[in-house]
Write a protein that binds this ligand. Structure first.
Ligand SMILES: C[S@@+](CC[C@H](N)C(=O)[O-])C[C@H]1O[C@@H](n2cnc3c(N)ncnc32)[C@H](O)[C@@H]1O
Length: 326
């Protein structure tokens, strides 16, 4: 139960003073402390992508690589070590399977999969190169590419195509093209699995809700829909090459409670500083810190968890195209 008196005394002072305009946020210039070079934009000591069609708001630098590694470890713990749900365990163990991880980040999933299934081959693609060559086992490879230019593989290449936590990398208008491309590179009979969190639907207190609301507006200004996680399966629905059935799985990540919850909260909080939410809201870093202090207490009070969803589907063994050709 919520403690009313505590809540009164902690009544949040939420002030947004000088929100920087969308134009200013989306179109950084060389003025002030900005610099733009080689497809990157440097702001407040962080490095960001600055390329046409890439709306990803998170940085690409060493701190972010550590954050993504921590995020992967928390996620693996919450899924109780189940790295995937598609029914491919036996085939992967037998070997000879080709697997693609789209937006693989620092490669935590790929490295775990490559170790667990040494006779299958694993390939990661990402716009940033975060997996040192000498850490890649012989059954794993990496290609640096922008997925919005199309995946650099022929049709029908992979037995399993996996993509996780990519909702900040893909605008609402790009989602269908990306999912179509995942299906294109999957072999007939292969599986495609998506895993996304539900940022908005956690039970949360007023300050947390305000942080979420401001973040939603910030990302919407870049075309990103923060509510898309639980609905990404809809992009499977109109693809004729897929079997009709879409399978689902779900887990929760605690936020703020216990050892894992505290780590997950730390990670959640630092992602908001990484998108420079305070600048967008026109408040100081310290003021956003204060909001997060209250938010963390709220999370204990409200038992806040993040729901994480998996959706997986199979590509038809005989597509209409191949049936016609007979
Ligand atoms: C939130 S991370 C998720 C990483 C990993 N899939 C995971 O679940 O831990 C999003 C990843 O998408 C990558 N990314 C963003 N935009 C991209 C693009 N246009 N093409 C390829 N990768 C992109 C980022 O570099 C980052 O590694």
């Amino acid at each position: 139960m919520m403690n009313q008196s505590t809540n009164q005394s902690q009544k949040p002072q939420i002030q947004t003073r000088r929100p920087i305009s969308n134009y200013e946020y989306l179109n950084p210039s060389r003025e002030d402390d900005d610099s733009i070079m080689d497809g990157f934009h440097y702001k407040s000591g962080r490095r960001y992508h600055f390329l046409d069609g890439v709306k990803y708001p998170l940085p690409c630098d060493t701190d972010e690589t550590y954050r993504l590694k921590l995020n992967y470890s928390i996620s693996r713990y919450c899924w109780k070590g189940n790295l995937f749900y598609s029914p491919l365990e036996n085939e992967l163990a037998k070997g000879g399977m080709r697997v693609l991880d789209v937006g693989c980040g620092p490669g935590g999933w790929l490295l775990d999969m490559a170790a667990q299934f040494p006779n299958s081959t694993f390939v990661g693609v990402d716009i940033s190169s975060m997996i040192p060559k000498d850490q890649q086992p012989s059954n794993m490879g990496f290609l640096q590419c922008n997925i919005h230019n199309g995946l650099p593989f022929p049709d029908d290449t992979f037995d399993f195509v996996f993509m996780s936590h990519m909702f900040t990398s893909i605008t609402e208008s790009q989602w269908q093209d990306v999912v179509d491309d995942l299906v294109r590179v999957a072999k007939p009979g292969g599986w495609i699995e998506l895993m996304e969190g539900d940022y908005m639907n956690a039970t949360s207190g007023p300050v947390t809700r305000e942080i979420q609301a401001q973040t939603t507006i910030l990302l919407r200004s870049r075309g990103i829909n923060m509510n898309i996680g639980p609905n990404v399966y809809k992009y499977f629905e109109n693809i004729v090459e897929l079997e009709n059935e879409i399978f689902t799985g779900q887990t929760v990540t605690p936020l703020g409670n216990g050892t894992v919850g505290e780590l997950a909260f730390k990670n959640y909080k630092s992602s908001h500083f990484a998108v420079r939410l305070h600048e967008y809201m026109g408040i100081s870093k310290q003021e956003l810190e204060e909001m997060f202090k209250i938010s963390q207490k709220e999370m204990d009070e409200y038992n806040t968890v993040l729901n994480i969803h998996r959706f997986y589907a199979q590509k038809k063994i005989c597509t209409e195209k191949s049936e016609d050709s007979w």
